[in-house]
Design a binder for this molecule. Structure first.
Ligand code: ADP
Length: 291
């Protein structure tokens, strides 16, 4: 964790030769002129020797999956179960958007069109988040929404070992409905979904039933919809996912780290099944704590 954070901090801030190399790397990544990411990081090998063996640290997992599939829902439940932070780059971007910081206006334009934010900005935000966590004694992580391109995956691979990558899958028509039904309570920040998904199995696609995840009465009047959850922007995000992020699945598949998980339905059906495939189903006490 510290190695990742050190690298990203160096990449984003600067001051030393290492930081300068990282910054050069970041700039070239952002402008698409660099050779392969792994080759460009001259200090990656130095970082690699600082990797901690799996037995001495907490899990380092990644959640992949299309917009609306439920990465945030399952990653946050598992983070409570395993006592590791759930770090969602989409949340970091939205926090920055909601701030009065210099990046806010620039980010709004990109995010509201469903496009990807530059690697430089993402590494900067992630670095700050990891630093904060490190100061609070965090160990391990479940990453959600990162890496989203093969370049980001290569950079991450250059500095730390990812133990497992969970790839959540759901049919595309359901993804769109789920994104359109998504609501956030403007006060407590909890996520809900007003969509009731009930689609028949057809053309080889499975039938899916998902109950709405309704808010309590006190959240109801404070519900907000993400500006990028309109049909047009969701379709754009799905296209961008297929072009830019799906290759990340192949990257981890080749490493033998990809766990494919077809969601069988809503949380009541999917959560126990996910725990089972992760060999966590026996941890009843922890399961209750995460519910
Ligand atoms: P989704 O519901 O599409 O999975 P997220 O909440 O993960 O969305 O992210 C919201 C937006 O934040 C993305 O559409 C993108 O603009 C930006 N973003 C998040 N993570 C990344 C990343 N790793 N690289 C580039 N842009 C990102």
């Amino acid at each position: 964790m510290a190695a990742v954070q050190r690298l990203l901090r160096a990449a984003a801030s600067g001051g030393s030769a290492m930081a300068a190399a990282a910054r050069r790397r970041m700039t070239s990544l952002a402008t698409d002129q660099a050779p392969s990411a792994a080759a460009g990081f001259s200090f990656a090998a130095e970082e690699r020797v600082r990797r901690r063996p799996m037995a001495e640290r907490n899990v380092q997992w990644v959640f992949l999956g299309c917009p609306g599939v439920g990465k945030g829902t399952y990653a946050s439940r598992l983070s409570r179960l395993l006592g590791v932070p759930h770090i969602a780059t989409g949340d970091l971007v939205r926090d920055e958007l909601a701030s009065t910081g210099p990046l806010a206006a620039q980010l709004a334009e990109i995010v509201n069109q469903g496009k990807l934010v530059s690697d430089e900005i993402i590494f900067n935000l992630l670095s700050k988040r990891l630093k904060k966590g490190e100061d609070q004694g965090e160990s391990g992580f479940i990453l959600d929404g990162f890496p989203r391109t093969v370049k980001q995956a290569e950079i991450l691979d250059g500095v730390t070992d990812i133990d497992m990558v969970v790839n959540l899958k759901l049919r595309e028509d359901v993804l769109v409905e789920k994104c359109l039904g998504r609501r956030i309570c403007g006060q407590c920040g909890k996520n809900f979904n007003l969509a009731c998904i009930d689609v028949k199995g057809e053309n080889g696609l499975p039938a899916i039933y998902m109950e709405p995840l309704l808010p309590p009465n006190n959240c109801m009047p404070k519900l907000i919809t993400r500006a990028d959850d309109t049909e047009e922007v969701v379709q754009n995000r799905l296209r961008i996912y297929n072009d830019m992020s799906q290759p990340v699945e192949g990257f981890y598949r080749e490493q033998g780290k990809l766990l494919e998980f077809d969601l069988p339905g809503g949380i009541p059906e999917s959560w126990p099944k996910l725990l089972q495939v992760l060999n966590l189903e026996d941890q009843e006490e922890l399961k209750l704590a995460a519910a």
